[in-house]
Ligand binder design. Structure first.
Ligand SMILES: Nc1ncnc2c1ncn2[C@@H]1O[C@H](COP(=O)(O)OP(=O)(O)O)[C@@H](O)[C@H]1O
Ligand SMILES: [Mg+2]
Length: 252
């Protein structure tokens, strides 16, 4: 197992957003994380990436405890994420957005430093080359010099993934990467996720689109009201009575 989540509890005031959540993500897998709105999916990603601290429980990345580390250390150890609500710098071009992602890991303020250095600087060139390679991996290298604000919605989703890839993660946490997309865009991002997994990347995928999750994932964990209903293969999860109830209501 690459990632082990053990008894994670996170409360906000009286709300138990996560209530003893445990499951593991196998190395190289595309692991789905589904559940109704408010189930705790994003909160779990926040905990995994170090931006939210759990009240109870442990998180292990290849056996090392990481749940008490600050976000930049978690990123440096190989956990990268995208955001449910896209977070890009609209006025900066695509390469710069990806470079900005790399500063997370550097701890020091990389970006201001880079923007003030002469353009011929070797270090800057290295970061740019790496950023270009990430744009290429997600298929938007031809948009490198375009401000993020001018990209289509689907391209912005891809740019978010490129920025996460710039951290050279061991595991990629994707928070609803095809939300609001049309079928063609969904298929393209699906293909991208599959190709990343083929290259050895481990992926934890949050998504509402059941067909998308069922087709892509080898295992799926279902959350509801902060608790894990079940973890299993898509076929098992799809016919689990509590899962059907959570999605379709009791009458179903
Ligand atoms: N920062 C926060 N402050 C207070 N409540 C929060 C906060 N973040 C999440 N919650 C609550 O925790 C629960 C889980 O939210 P979230 O993790 O966003 O669910 P999901 O991503 O599955 O839709 C919800 O009831 C939500 O209102
Ligand atoms: Mg969410």
């Amino acid at each position: 197992m690459l990632l082990e989540i053990v008894g994670i509890t996170k409360t906000f005031g009286g709300i138990r957003a996560l209530d003893g959540v445990s499951f593991s993500v196998e190395k190289g897998a595309i692991h789905g994380l589904i559940g109704p709105n408010g189930a705790g999916k994003t909160t779990l990603i926040n905990v995994l990436s170090g931006t939210a601290k759990p009240m109870e429980g442990r998180i292990l990345l290849e056996g090392a405890l990481i749940h008490s580390l600050p976000p930049y250390k978690v990123a440096a150890l190989g956990i990268a994420r995208t955001f449910q609500n896209i977070r890009l710098f609209a006025g900066m071009n695509c390469v710069e957005n990806v470079i900005a992602g790399q500063h997370l890991k550097a701890k020091r303020q990389l970006l201001p430093r880079l923007l003030h250095l002469p353009s011929a600087n070797r270090e800057e060139r290295e970061y740019r080359d790496k950023a270009m390679a990430c744009l290429k991996r997600v298929g938007i290298e031809h948009r490198a010099a375009i401000p993020a604000g001018y990209l289509s919605y689907g391209e912005r989703r891809r740019l978010e993934i490129a920025r996460a890839l710039a951290l050279e993660p061991r595991i990629l946490l994707l928070d609803e990467p095809v939300a609001g997309m049309r079928r063609r865009g969904i298929e393209q991002v699906g293909g991208l996720i599959r190709s990343l997994a083929t290259q050895g990347m481990t992926i934890l995928l949050i998504e509402h689109n059941m067909k998308f999750v069922m087709e892509l994932c080898s295992r799926i964990t279902v959350l509801n009201f902060g608790r894990v209903i079940t973890t299993g293969a898509p076929s098992e999860v799809g016919r689990h009575p509590q899962v059907i109830e959570a999605y379709l209501g009791a009458e179903a």
